[in-house]
Write a protein that binds this ligand. Sequence first.
Ligand SMILES: [Zn+2]
Length: 255
Amino acid sequence: MRQRPALTPAVCVAAPVAFALAHIGPAATWLPGFRRRAFPGLTGQGRPGHVALTFDDGPDPASTPRFLDVLDDLGVRATFFLLGENVVRHPATAREPARRGHELAVHGWAHDRPWLPSPARDARELLRAVHAVGEAAGRAPLWYRPPYGILTSGRWAAAHRAGLRPVLWTAWGKDWRPDATPASVRATVAADLRGGGTILLHDTDHASAPGSWRSALGALPGIVRDCREAGLTVGPLGEHEVGRPDGRRAPASVR
Ligand SMILES: [Zn+2]
């Protein structure tokens, strides 16, 4: 009589690990170098002479209007990735960027990390956020950027079903850090800035060190100046031609 093979500890461990990897696997696209080469559209690579400027985590009545004023002074339009829970809490602030010609996009409902897979929750929360952002914008949003750039398979599927295109970034300012300054944010962005790139900043400290938005706000004129001096125009993702095949070949370094 044949004996059933014993279930070894290795098998017991391997199953949940494989499950976790299947869930979090697409988050590997978070790795900037790899994802830029492998997924130019996902990273926000666009037309070579253009840089997309994006802000995450708002709206926030304490800080978002300050960014809108500076952007007006600079003559720049940008894309704001909003959180659904902030949109319903501050509906007037949420509408203001759209009223002033900026593009509204979806950052999710809340700023959470997807530790456990829950495709049904992902889909439900994303649809709530799409509805809230669409109400504020007066039009259906096109873009989705998950909190922390963690694009799990569940979030990916939910975005696809909601008609959203996932877009991450190619350059960030690390403006969320407590020790960030306008100079550090400008230099950090410049280090990774190329024509066709997408810049990530935050117009609120909602998920960052308290008051950290001031470093992004202070850096903004210098960042725009750096782009312009390199011959690059700055605008929203809607004008960026995201995923354009030759966007990844743009060599123009800002510094
Ligand atoms: Zn965020």
